[in-house]
Design a protein around this ligand. Structure first.
Ligand code: ADP
Length: 662
């Protein structure tokens, strides 16, 4: 739906407050709630200015006939949004909805809504249609341990491409490995004096984080078994501004998983430490205001500066930092394109397992909502301007207020202009992008994504956030500013598609999961995978297959991530798959071994599918003639050959592509 402001003011649909309570034209739950009206009154005039006032019937214009535009055309229904579970993002969501003039249901609705806005996770209630602003499994996916594992899988395959994530070890599983590796590295280079940061899994806001100089300093009190953690190489040389360490919170919209669509907000927030930075020494390791950039920690420092100005204070816009760097001659275009690349690669690392969660919660063919999600990427710029990923947040704070201590012990929530500027724009523009009515229009116009992905734009052309461009493009859509979210995928797909190999492994895993609603592969499913892909032979018997399954599954299950289901989890399958690839294609580098095994499996599954298809067709055609179809000895029809040839051509194109890359 085009926001109402696209229509001449007199045609704009009436906002909530203009609907008389109890209007018989609307079902009860469509009537504006008292709280919505109160909220509208509290917020004051519509930020859309004259257009909004016109919509309220002000300025002496005759109100449009209910449900119709002048000329008798039916008015498009307003997009409906259930905000009853929005939690701390409610304030920013309300402002966004008012700007869009969409219909909010603050207490939920009996009828389905177009969009459900959840503050925490996908599983807030049962939804069978529309769109939800959370993906199933995302919270689990971006926990420190799961994220580290997903990125590590990609580091095994593409070490150079994934060097934006600090070297990490998982505790307690890899404690001894961590110790051994560090000892070895120190022996090799005695001048190496590393620092490590220990971060409890599932922690946030700096909770439980501490720095150490030696693996033996890991604190075992509190029980690592009860609270697993990630230990990471500490980035000792961050870029400083005003002598302070800072990080970047960047908002990323994962609009769709299949096909993959990613948008990045043109501006983010920079959160500053409140003590001048010094490289870590045994003396300053514990100084959190010097080493940790978390807002929730630094707000308690006497040095924290609240500022209404986006260029100063302890929380600033990222664009203000880029402006400053640019004035010092830094190539901010390159910084920005490196950040885009980091975001795309990270999402590519997350998508395979997300797809496993997705099919388990929303099995293909069953009614369910589609999903999108705003993610918060925490990025640190190193002194040499290389961006490093710290973590991904599934529920980035969308608060636009902060607590201020008026007098000792007396707190008040006061608006934070910096947060409001960035966060309202992100929510509003996310809604504009997932607008169901625009989506419908798009489908009708057959704007295929393939077309978009054909663009040959270079990543470097992405350019940094440009305030001027942003402002100049105001009024492009219904009086709203130009979108603050910039598409980066499929726009730059050509440069990153070669990294998407693990997605194809996930497709194999999902195919053999069998029973819908599960995320673990049983022994029969694994055997069927081996058989159907023709992976067993005289050197690799089915007995060895069973041993492989039991060994790997037992080890992963003993790590105690998820005991709800038995069977082989996704990460265990990845390990088994890599193991099979190494066995089968000995002399190649790992990513080529894996890609070759995927091609091999996909080929045999395609052959099998064609056989089944032909066999099924044959059975129908020859049922009366009582001809039995022997799958194994079957000759493929020319049609089947064509399809297989196409598949093989795709596989060889992929091989060419990979060769081209390396
Ligand atoms: P949390 O979820 O608790 O905020 P983070 O992973 O974001 O955990 O870490 C908290 C802070 O610690 C970050 O904002 C950053 O300032 C600092 N930090 C985290 N990891 C590193 C690292 N590898 N090197 C340097 N600083 C780090």
């Amino acid at each position: 739906m085009e926001p109402a402001g696209a229509l001449p003011p007199s045609c704009s649909p009436a906002p909530e407050a203009a609907e008389p309570p109890g209007s018989p034209a609307l079902p009860a739950e469509e009537r504006p709630s008292a709280s919505a009206a109160q909220e509208a009154r509290r917020r004051g005039p519509d930020p859309q200015g004259p257009a909004g006032r016109g919509a309220r019937g002000g300025g002496g214009r005759a109100p449009a006939r209910r449900g119709c535009e002048p000329g008798g055309r039916a008015r498009r229904p307003r997009v409906t949004v259930d905000s009853s579970k929005a939690k701390t993002s409610l304030e920013a969501l309300k402002i966004s909805l008012r700007q869009l003039r969409w219909k909010e249901f603050p207490f939920g609705r009996r009828l389905p809504c177009d969009i459900y806005w959840h503050g925490v996770s996908f599983h807030d209630n049962d939804i069978f249609s529309g769109q939800v602003n959370k993906f199933p499994g995302m919270t689990e996916m971006v926990r420190k341990i799961t994220l580290s594992r997903a990125v590590r899988t990609m580091q095994y395959l593409f070490p150079l491409e994934y060097n934006f994530y600090p070297r990490s070890w998982i505790l307690p599983d890899e404690s001894s490995f961590f110790e051994k590796e560090i000892r070895m590295m120190k022996d090799r280079d005695p001048s190496w004096k590393p620092t490590f940061i220990v971060k409890p899994d599932g922690g946030c806001q700096g909770d439980g984080i501490y720095l150490i100089k030696d693996p033996s300093d890991i604190r075992l009190t509190g029980g690592l078994q009860s609270r697993p953690a990630v230990v990471q190489e500490y980035i000792c040389k961050p870029l400083l501004v005003d002598k302070l360490k800072f990080d970047i919170r960047l908002y990323v919209l994962l609009k769709s998983l299949e096909p993959l669509e990613i948008y990045i907000a043109k501006d983010g927030l920079s959160r500053f430490c409140t003590e001048p930075y010094q490289e870590p020494t045994l003396k300053n390791l514990h100084q959190v205001f010097m080493h940790l950039t978390n807002y929730s920690l630094n707000i308690h420092s006497g040095n924290f500066i609240h500022s209404d100005n986006v260029n100063t204070g302890s929380k600033r816009t990222f664009s203000s930092i880029l402006c400053r760097l640019s004035s010092k001659g830094v190539d901010v275009k390159k910084v920005w394109s490196d950040i885009i690349s980091l975001v795309i690669k990270t999402i590519i690392a997350l998508t395979p397992e997300l797809k496993v969660y997705y099919q388990s919660d929303i099995p293909a063919g069953k009614p369910g909502p589609t999903c999108f999600q705003i993610l918060g990427f925490d990025i640190l710029l190193m002194k040499n301007l290389k961006p490093m990923l710290l973590e991904v947040n599934a529920n980035p704070s969308m608060r636009i207020e902060h607590e201020q201590e008026l007098s000792p012990g007396v707190f008040e929530n006061v608006p934070s202009p910096v947060d409001e500027e960035v966060k309202v724009a992100v929510i509003r523009d996310t809604l504009r992008l997932v607008d169901p009515q625009k989506q419908k229009k798009k489908d009708i116009q057959c704007q295929t994504l393939e077309h978009v992905s054909d663009t040959k734009e270079e990543l470097l052309d992405a350019g940094p956030p440009d305030r001027l461009e942003h402002d100049a493009n105001k009024n492009t859509e219904a009086g709203l500013p130009s979108l603050c979210l910039k598409q980066v995928f499929p726009k730059y797909a050509k440069q990153f598609n070669y990294l998407r190999v693990v997605d194809r492994v996930a497709a194999l895993f999902i195919r053999f999961l069998g029973v819908k609603g599960t995320t673990k592969l049983g022994p029969t499913g694994f055997r069927t995978f081996i058989r159907n892909c023709k992976l067993s032979n005289s050197n690799f018997s089915m007995a060895s297959v069973d041993i492989l399954y039991i060994d790997i599954t037992r080890r992963w299950n003993s790590m105690g991530i998820d005991h709800k289901e038995s069977g082989m989890c996704w990460q265990a399958f990845v390990e088994a798959f890599f193991c099979l690839a190494q066995k089968k294609y000995k002399s190649l580098p790992l990513h080529e071994q894996v890609a070759s095994l995927i091609d091999f499996c996909e080929y045999h599954l395609a052959v099998l599918d064609e056989k089944r298809l032909v066999c099924g067709r044959g059975i129908v055609e020859r049922r009366n003639a009582l001809v039995t179809c022997q799958t194994d000895g079957l000759q493929l029809t020319p049609a089947a050959h064509t399809s297989l040839l196409n598949r093989m051509a795709t596989a060889s194109k992929l091989a060419d592509y990979r060769n081209h890359q390396y």
